[in-house]
Write a protein that binds this ligand. Structure first.
Ligand code: AMP
Length: 131
């Protein structure tokens, strides 16, 4: 099913891109729970994460690991939390969230609204640390 994430993957709408390869894209969540909150999406259109093939899911987790390592290097936090929700956008994705405590993982908290310059700065920081 086509969603806003397909438009991002195709470059039809802008995103703060963090990393990309043939099969996956990482970009900043536009309404983050914490500064640096990043989404990992497969380029194929699949709604539910656990409907992805074993190979794709495995590769996606390894790609997420590289992004999480880059985030941890440059965003002050205790660790990078991992979450899967998918109730808002019907395109499989993994949330990577810099956290200091369990409450930082709560999607019931108000989302942050970070201005463009700050988002670009975070994007640059994580991108620079991605290997
Ligand atoms: P969920 O589907 O419940 O896992 O949540 C989808 C997430 O996608 C939310 O955290 C949104 O803030 C985020 N989101 C929605 N539209 C965009 C967009 N255009 N760019 C970046 N993140 C988005």
């Amino acid at each position: 099913m086509s969603s806003v994430f397909t438009k991002i993957i195709k470059g039809e709408i802008p995103s703060y891109k963090i990393a990309e390869n043939e099969n996956f894209l990482a970009f900043l969540d536009i309404n983050p729970l914490k500064i640096g909150h990043t989404l990992i999406v497969p380029k194929i259109e699949e709604d539910y994460l656990f409907d992805l093939s074993d190979d794709t899911l495995q590769e996606m987790m390894l790609f997420s690991k590289r992004v999480a390592k880059a985030m941890k290097k440059c965003i002050p936090c205790n660790r990078i939390g991992v979450s899967v929700v998918g109730l808002e956008v019907p395109h499989a994705h993994i949330h990577l969230i810099p956290i200091d405590g369990i409450s930082d993982m709560s999607f019931e908290r108000p989302k942050l609204n970070i201005h463009n310059e700050k988002m670009k700065e975070i994007q640059r920081l994580i991108t620079t640390n991605f290997i």
